[in-house]
Design a protein around this ligand. Structure first.
Ligand code: NAD
Length: 450
């Protein structure tokens, strides 16, 4: 559904009125198109003394054709991104290096600019003082993300020792327009398991030659995931319930791949899907658990079927499918990727959604519980937690609830299905073997939850 308020404030008169009234002025977000430059404008790269990643990052950026500057070369230009290596920070007084790097250029970030701070995972630090300082980076980054305007984003990436080369796919995603609606996030990158790659052959088609399954693919976010994974080179097995058969065929006609009509809650669905993947493709590389439903009511008014249907579709079916994929005769190939769609409701809770939030928090539990299992197969499992995304689901909300949902984030607008899809594609990428057990919110830095 069109965001009429945003359209109004994008014209100069509407913008002036909104600003005078102290109302939000949601910027137009830059979104990815094939062939687009990674970043718009030069990138300022700096670091605290003794950092481990500044040099590898500069190399990656140079190789990607980016105009890289150091603080001593900075003039009064507008930067496409500010990237700071904080891995050298070993104590709280050294946090001043953040201030010294960012303060002079805080106003020089162009529209849709990117801020990336890179640290060492605090749990890996040997000395308490270093762990404390590294943990402090989160507060800095989450707050700076709320201060920068014009669709700019800020993220913190904790890169473990030995994972310096594995961070490229994450750096590319966070710098690019693919992460338009992702801000204020913390991501951990670890050395990929033996046998997983750290870089795809072609960054424009990181899923070339791979087979991906997407559940709930006939519309909304699932349709966008199908389109983006196909764009990235995957052969997509698009799955949805038989009642959505016509819409599902339409998706496959538009983006290629094949349709599978299946209710994922059926008792034999996991085996049927596994058999299909084994017979047709001799396995699968990427599984995206996207299908989900809401049946909202406060707990006191919730009948049993609302409770059980939401848990069955949103959580139990995913566990059962994972069992079939990962078991002894499992079809998930080495280097496989499982990505699940959680929700901000599963993090912050939401009135009227005890069933839904339980299912979506359970997904976070599933990702954390299965991450070590996936490492043993040189694979990964991660989740996205969307906030307010413009779909049929949110279009059906009452006007005031919808308006509230759109504005309570740093971007003052809802995200698009493609924003969720791009984040999933980053997790699914052949280059993302170092990203495992993570939950990333796609919510424009929602004010709900931590
Ligand atoms: P949607 O209702 O438009 O699409 C969901 C799809 O899942 C539908 O095509 C539906 O037929 C399919 N599905 C439902 N039950 C199924 C079953 N038993 N077997 C197979 N397929 C089934 O919803 P959407 O907005 O595109 O949401 C997609 C995912 O994103 C869901 O998991 C949802 O909870 C999550 N999410 C959405 C938002 C949002 O703002 N739209 C926010 C947070 C999370």
């Amino acid at each position: 559904m069109a965001d009429r308020y945003q359209e109004l404030t994008l014209n100069p008169l509407g913008r002036t009125i909104a600003k005078r009234a102290g109302l939000p002025t949601p910027p137009r977000l830059r979104r990815y198109e094939p062939g687009q430059a990674l970043v718009e404008g030069p990138v300022l790269v700096g670091g605290a003394p003794g950092g481990r990643v500044e040099a590898p990052i500069a190399d990656v950026l140079h190789a990607a054709g980016v105009d890289v500057r150091t603080p001593s070369e900075a003039g009064d230009e507008r930067f496409g991104a500010l990237v700071f290596d904080a891995t050298g920070i070993g104590s709280s007084d050294e946090l001043r290096h953040l201030y010294e790097f960012f303060h002079p250029v805080a106003r020089s970030l162009g529209p849709g600019g990117r801020v990336i701070v890179i640290g060492t995972p605090p749990e890996d630090c040997r000395r308490p003082r270093e762990a404390i300082a590294q943990r402090a980076l989160e507060g800095f980054e989450r707050s700076f993300a709320k201060e920068i305007v014009g669709g700019a984003t800020a993220q913190l990436v904790y890169v473990a020792e030995g994972a310096e080369a594995a961070g490229e796919s994450t750096l590319r995603f966070l710098l690019s327009a693919k992460s338009a609606y992702v801000s204020g996030q913390v991501v951990r990158v670890r050395p990929p398991a033996d046998g997983d790659e750290s870089a795809p052959e072609d960054w424009e088609r990181p899923l070339a030659g791979r087979v991906a399954v997407v559940t709930g693919a006939s519309r909304g976010i699932g349709e966008a995931i199908t389109r983006v994974l196909a764009r990235d080179g995957a052969h997509v097995v698009a799955l949805d319930v038989p009642a959505q058969g016509e819409a599902l065929s339409g998706v496959v006609n538009r983006f290629g791949g094949e349709a599978v009509q299946l209710d994922i809650t059926a008792s034999d669905a996991p085996q049927e899907l596994a058999e299909h993947l084994r017979e047709r493709h001799d396995g699968v590389d990427v599984v995206v658990h996207n299908a989900g439903i809401t049946r909202d009511k406060t707990l006191a008014r919730m009948d049993e079927s609302r409770w059980s249907s939401v848990l069955a579709v949103n959580l139990t079916s995913q566990e059962r499918i994972n069992d079939a994929l990962l078991g002894k005769r499992g079809v998930l190939r080495r280097g496989g990727r499982i990505v699940s769609v959680s929700s901000v409701s599963g993090i912050a809770g939401n009135r009227g959604q005890t069933n839904y939030a339980a299912s979506k928090a359970g997904i976070i539990g599933m990702v954390q519980a299965l991450a070590p299992t996936l490492v043993r197969q040189a694979g990964t499992i991660n989740a996205v937690a969307p906030g307010f995304i413009e779909t049929e689901m949110t279009g059906a909300m009452p006007l005031l609830t919808r308006e509230g949902g759109r504005r309570i984030n740093s971007m003052s607008q809802g995200g698009l299905p493609v924003d969720v899809a791009e984040t999933i594609a980053w997790f699914a990428s052949a280059g993302s073997g170092g990203v495992n057990g993570q939950v990333v919110r796609v919510d424009g830095q929602s004010m709900l939850g931590a």
